[in-house]
Ligand binder design. Sequence first.
Ligand SMILES: Nc1ncnc2c1ncn2[C@@H]1O[C@H](COP(=O)(O)OP(=O)(O)O)[C@@H](O)[C@H]1O
Ligand SMILES: [Mg+2]
Length: 245
Amino acid sequence: MHSLPQLQNIPKYHNLFIQKIYHSKKNMVAYVLLNGKPRILKRFAPGYRTNFTTEATTLTTASSNLSIPTLFEKDEKNHVLTLGYISGENMCDLLNDPKVTLQEKNRLMHLLSTWFIEFHTFFKTEDYNLIHGDATLRNFLFSTRIWGLDFEETRKGQPLEDIATLCASLLTTNPFNATYKYDLCTTFIRSYLRTTSYTQSNIANEIAYAVIQKIPYRPTEETNLRNLAEHVKNHQFLSKKGPNF
Ligand SMILES: Nc1ncnc2c1ncn2[C@@H]1O[C@H](COP(=O)(O)OP(=O)(O)O)[C@@H](O)[C@H]1O
Ligand SMILES: [Mg+2]
């Protein structure tokens, strides 16, 4: 696989200055200055051509309606997407930061639920729903609002899958299974359900399932993840009184 630095040998990426390379398992993602403009370059590995097309299609369809990056170029030959750079803080860092107050974290969860309502509503058709498909906290940034990223796994599915994946991401990032996170999940779910008619009964099972799905990627934590999934199954996410939105 070509790395991003090697792109500089291709004429259109000649005037490229790499500012930061992000940790990515599959792709090469970098914040760059391209012809003097701040951009994100996302280069897809050869086995991930479908993801390349899926992400490009989602961005093209929705970037003028939703808070997601602008797609500046879809380079089919080199499998590179050139995206607008969003200067914001990663939601994973914010929600796990002990210096950020609980009140602020609750506010962020509420804003995040609004992002999902808008995304699911925008893509809903009579026949199916489209979901983000990889709704982990690292795929969301916050500046003055929430920005969603990483649409390579966007697909047909049940919107509640995204909601459950997001809760599982919160519960399984460091600090793992912290008590305060259950209330943040409740804020998020309650806020999401305020405008939708989806059934809420299975949310605990959905979150537990999303936790179990992490085991192949985190095999050394299998026992902790299984225990957490059991705990989650028995948690009443929607029984407590909480803020109404
Ligand atoms: N448009 C963007 N603006 C700012 N940062 C971005 C942008 N796109 C991606 N990033 C950063 O790069 C990281 C990896 O990008 P992402 O699209 O999630 O690819 P992957 O998860 O497949 O590696 C993100 O978590 C985010 O921190
Ligand atoms: Mg990502």
